[in-house]
Design a protein around this ligand. Structure first.
Ligand SMILES: C[S@@+](CC[C@H](N)C(=O)[O-])C[C@H]1O[C@@H](n2cnc3c(N)ncnc32)[C@H](O)[C@@H]1O
Length: 195
């Protein structure tokens, strides 16, 4: 294999994770992984976990792919696809240990809110694929979108709020580094699947 970017033969069938990764391990998903600063650093530090990075922009995934190959990381796969579709239809039930949703596009205009990743149904889609005790980590610089995401998850009795995931400096995402350098505030929250 000369690329971590996967190309499922059938985009309507559940992914076979055992075929995707060389070893069976807890799976973390970086939703909208962008240029992959976080994904590559975390996968390198945690070789006993598997990682799937999802992004709809191929150019960004190609940049992540280079990092993955430079560091010979066999525990990472990349998927170029709409993340909401992937989570709702392609991931097996109870297969994911952790979702990282860092700096999702905020679509600030009200008429564009329907394009946001976090819709009313997204918590249910996440719940289906999370293992019991599985975790969702969110970070964003956009205060309104953060309030919306937090309220969706906090009002869902299938989740319990936990201490926000705090990345070590080398695992800050590309966007997080930009915002921190500008001095912009970043909001974070984490939730755990109860049942
Ligand atoms: C603002 S960037 C953040 C990237 C990265 N998480 C970071 O913090 O540096 C959002 C990324 O999510 C991707 N993205 C946005 N909506 C998406 C969707 N619905 N499905 C897949 N990727 C998406 C974009 O292409 C972009 O790379």
């Amino acid at each position: 294999m000369n690329s971590a970017i996967i190309d499922p033969s059938d985009y309507t069938r559940t992914l076979n994770l055992a075929e995707l990764f060389p070893t069976s391990a807890p799976l973390e998903i970086d939703v909208g992984c962008g240029k992959g600063r976080f994904l590559a650093a975390r996968a390198k530090r945690l070789p006993e976990f598997n990682f799937l990075g999802i992004d709809r922009l191929l150019a960004r995934l190609r940049r992540v792919d280079k990092k993955i190959w430079r560091d010979a990381l066999s525990n990472v796969r990349l998927l170029r696809l709409e993340a909401a579709y992937t989570i709702a239809y392609l991931l097996p039930a109870a297969s994911v240990s952790m979702f990282h949703v860092f700096f999702p596009d905020p679509w600030p205009k009200r008429r564009h809110h329907r394009r946001r990743l976090f819709t009313e149904t997204f918590p249910s889609d996440l719940h289906r694929v999370l293992r019991p005790g599985g975790q969702i980590n969110v970070a964003t610089d956009h205060a309104d979108y953060f309030a919306h995401i937090h309220s969706l998850l906090a009002s869902d009795t299938r989740y319990t709020e936990i201490e926000p995931f705090a990345p070590c400096p080398e695992e800050r995402t590309d966007f997080e580094v930009l915002f921190l350098n500008k001095g912009d505030p970043v909001s974070r929250c984490s939730f755990k699947k109860r049942t």
